[in-house]
Design a protein around this ligand. Structure first.
Ligand code: PLP
Length: 358
């Protein structure tokens, strides 16, 4: 079976963990500081602030920017639940709007239509590693004086017009969960060009204190450990090579897969293919996935239920594109370690199943 994801952990990662273990200093320390500096150098952002998960990064960014009770944040419903959870955990209200189906981006026109006097921010998601429509979205934000927070959990080193994601708005949030484009075990990173937001995020992750026992606000413990940072630093060094391999695999699929809708890349955008997500339009998607599994190709459905319909939010909204795409999206294995034989198997299997009808 070709698995849907295959995290790569090598000897360098094991050595890095061992180095920290032998140092005897396990909690946030010099490895975290180095990871932040290196992340800024490679992914961009004047400041990078490491935390214990991508969800914490999203959450801390809102709290650090003063987003909370009474505020509305516009988000896509077609995403991982953490996108909306972070808004709700900050005390604000997620306002779900529809996406467009080429790039799975939050729809700029739908965002414009959802703005109310309570709207404080927009949070686009760079889903599957393709950047959201940032040029249009930042224009709308500017016109209405809204903040932009980027959910870049799936899009390390993706960019639009040469500007890396995580640098378009007031803050970007990345995840280092094992199946993401790079991992630290668990972990997250906030990127920001705002000195004040960066300082506040650092204070919030550490119980609300900059100086020990002089807690200035009510904070969290969302620190990253030096063990995780050491893994993340090794993986960061491999990110650009891995991204090229993902893009190469995607190009092979683009050129050879037929009978389903393959994912296009917007002009000026760099897609980093966290997922290679096709849309199955002429077949039942779940039957299609089962037929692929029978041929030894595992796939992923991200995400079967739009966030607004999950029991945690349970809202009765009309988001037709979100509903449609949730029944069509199917992610194929695209990770760097795919062999040529596995790529061939994936292409042949998809083409066979697409031809067979179901
Ligand atoms: C993974 C992910 C998150 C959350 O990251 P964690 O590190 O798992 O907390 C948030 N948003 C999106 C779109 C994700 O894919």
């Amino acid at each position: 079976m070709i698995p849907a994801a295959r995290p790569e952990i090598g000897q360098e990662e094991r050595d890095a963990v061992d180095r920290v273990m032998r140092s005897g200093m396990l909690a946030q320390g010099p490895e975290v500081a180095a990871f932040e500096t290196e992340f800024s150098a490679i992914v961009g952002g004047a400041h990078s602030v490491a935390v214990n998960s991508g969800t914490s990064a999203l959450h801390m960014a809102f709290v650090a920017a003063g987003i909370g009770r009474g505020d509305e944040v516009i988000v896509p419903s077609f995403s991982f639940a953490a996108t909306a959870n972070a808004v709700a955990l900050a005390g604000a209200t997620p306002v779900f709007v529809d996406i467009e189906k080429d790039y799975f981006s939050i729809n700029p026109a739908a965002v414009d239509a959802a703005i109310t006097p309570k709207t404080r921010a927009i949070m686009p998601v760079h889903l599957y590693g393709h950047p959201a429509l940032m040029v249009q979205l930042t224009e709308i934000a500017k016109k209405h004086d809204l903040l932009v927070f980027e959910d870049a959990a799936q899009a390390h080193a993706a960019s639009v017009d040469g500007i890396p994601v995580g640098n378009w708005g007031i803050a970007g949030s990345f995840s280092f969960y094992p199946t993401k484009n790079m991992t630290s075990g668990e972990g997250g990173m906030i990127t920001t060009s705002s000195d004040e937001l960066a300082r506040m995020a650092r204070v919030l992750r550490n119980q609300g204190m900059e100086r020990r026992y002089e807690n200035e606000v009510v904070g969290f413990n969302t620190r990253m450990t030096d063990i995780h940072a050491a893994i993340g630093r090794v993986q960061l060094g491999k990110l650009s090579g891995w991204t090229k391999q993902r893009q190469d695999n995607a190009q092979f699929f683009d050129e050879n897969i037929s009978g389903v809708v393959t994912p296009p890349t917007a002009e000026g955008s760099v897609h980093v293919y966290h997922q290679y997500t096709i849309r199955v339009v002429d077949h039942d998607r779940d039957a299609f996935a089962e037929a692929l599994a029978a041929r030894g190709v595992a796939t992923g459905v991200y995400y079967p239920t739009p966030i607004h319909r999950l029991p945690s939010f349970k809202l009765d909204l009309d988001l037709p594109v979100t509903e449609e795409v949730a029944t069509q999206a199917l992610s194929l294995p695209v990770y760097p370690s795919l062999t040529e034989q596995e790529r061939d198997t994936i292409v042949e299997s998809v083409n066979d199943v697409a031809k067979a009808g179901s």
